[in-house]
Design a protein around this ligand. Structure first.
Ligand code: NAD
Ligand code: ZN
Length: 360
């Protein structure tokens, strides 16, 4: 019997509710080390010059840095931000606040880790390579689905690989869940990021790593996703439910793993820069043999929300690019093992991966 169970960290503090962003000032106040140790707010640049930006509770020499989420976070971007923050102040900040979607949430986690550790962020991509605590960090999601607000990983595109910094120090110290912040999310993006959550659930619930812990969160998130994307909920109810679905979906994969769509989506992202949410959808539509019920529901959701996925995404790839894509996907061993079991290599040829990519 396995008695070596993982001892996972969870987010120790969370606020949920409409308008709860207004409590951020009070939440940060006792965490301010002194007036010279600032808070650094890393904020999705969608909010630059918005009314929302005026509500960010900065004080003293705090800094607000607006960052584009057009590209997924990169190790060099993390290193640049860390260097800038170190150069701008004589002492370490009191903490980091990430405000945005998965891109900004992961970036803020990585910056908080690197301000407490030496070297460059690519050295920490992997599992449990972080030795020292990160700075206090707070996550405020403004779009729901990735589960980045609860997970113990910060996914970064590095010089050699797209891989998370998975560690006990990655998880947020505080999360603020304010459904009001989702109001401006465009329809397509709402769908793609929401489907990330749905796919997390399908992959977790159909995986060989499944256990009662993961299942309990996964089933809840799966039900919430079905309500949000297949029923006709009022907007506010949909926002609140997707926010909690994202949370539960993230919790579900903490104690299991994702699967085929994520492995293959990482390949797409690495070679073509395809963003996570849409990349998952592009792959998932062709996975009916792995996830029959999930793919059927997904097709209904696409139809209901009038989403037309791009076509011929992989048609102009060179043979070399296709090979890299396949290698990146194939190298995600834990994901395949979760999806297909320990003998996954016997069931999955690289030709098979190629034939799926060619349909995208
Ligand atoms: P995102 O953060 O990339 O944002 C997508 C788009 O939505 C951007 O254009 C952004 O500006 C916009 N946006 C965000 N909030 C908005 C709002 N309230 N109003 C209007 N526009 C808004 O999207 P995402 O799908 O949340 O995140 C994807 C990233 O998450 C990827 O980098 C992926 O690797 C990562 N991810 C991380 C985990 C994890 O556990 N750490 C899990 C899954 C995905
Ligand atoms: Zn995902």
């Amino acid at each position: 019997k396995n008695t070596n169970y993982k001892n996972f960290p969870m987010v120790p503090r969370v606020v949920f509710g409409r308008g709860s962003f207004g409590q951020l000032a009070d939440i940060l106040l006792p965490k301010r080390k002194n007036s010279d140790a600032p808070f650094i707010f890393l904020v999705d640049d969608f909010f630059e010059n918005s009314d929302f930006a005026d509500r960010i509770p900065w004080l003293f020499n705090d800094q607000i840095i607006f960052i584009s989420a057009d590209e997924e976070p990169k190790t060099e971007q993390v290193d640049y931000l860390v260097e800038k923050i170190r150069a701008d102040y004589d002492e370490l900040p009191s903490g980091i606040v990430g405000i945005g979607g998965g891109t900004l949430l992961d970036l803020a986690k990585a910056v908080a880790i690197m301000l407490g550790n030496k070297g460059t962020s690519d050295q920490y991509q992997g599992w449990d390579l972080v030795q020292k605590p990160s700075l206090y960090h707070v996550g405020v999601p403004t779009i729901s689905g990735t589960g980045a607000e609860v997970s113990r990983t910060a996914v970064l595109l590095g010089p050699e690989k797209k891989l998370g910094i998975n560690s006990d120090f990655t998880t947020y110290d505080q999360v603020v869940l304010d459904p009001d912040l989702l109001a401006t999310v465009p329809n397509e993006q709402w769908f793609y990021t929401g489907m990330d959550c749905f796919i997390h659930c399908v992959e977790s619930l159909n995986g060989t790593y499944l256990n009662a812990f993961s299942q309990s969160y996964g089933e809840k998130a799966y039900e919430l996703c079905k309500e949000v994307f297949l029923n006709d909920l009022a907007t506010e109810e949909a926002e609140e439910k997707l926010m909690m679905a994202s949370w539960h979906g993230g919790m579900s994969i903490a104690y299991s793993q994702v699967g085929v769509a994520h492995a293959m989506s990482y390949g797409l992202s690495y070679v073509l820069g395809t963003k996570h949410g849409i990349g998952n959808c592009l792959v998932f539509q062709h996975l009916e043999e792995f996830y029959p019920e999930g793919v059927m529901l997904f097709q209904q959701m696409l139809h209901k929300h009038q989403i037309i996925l791009p076509k011929n995404v992989c048609s102009n790839l060179t043979e070399k690019e296709m090979d890299v894509m396949i290698e990146v996907a194939y190298s995600m061993e834990a994901l395949w093992e979760n999806a297909l079991g320990t003998s996954w290599k016997e069931q999955l040829s690289k030709e098979k991966l190629k034939s799926i990519y060619q349909k995208i």
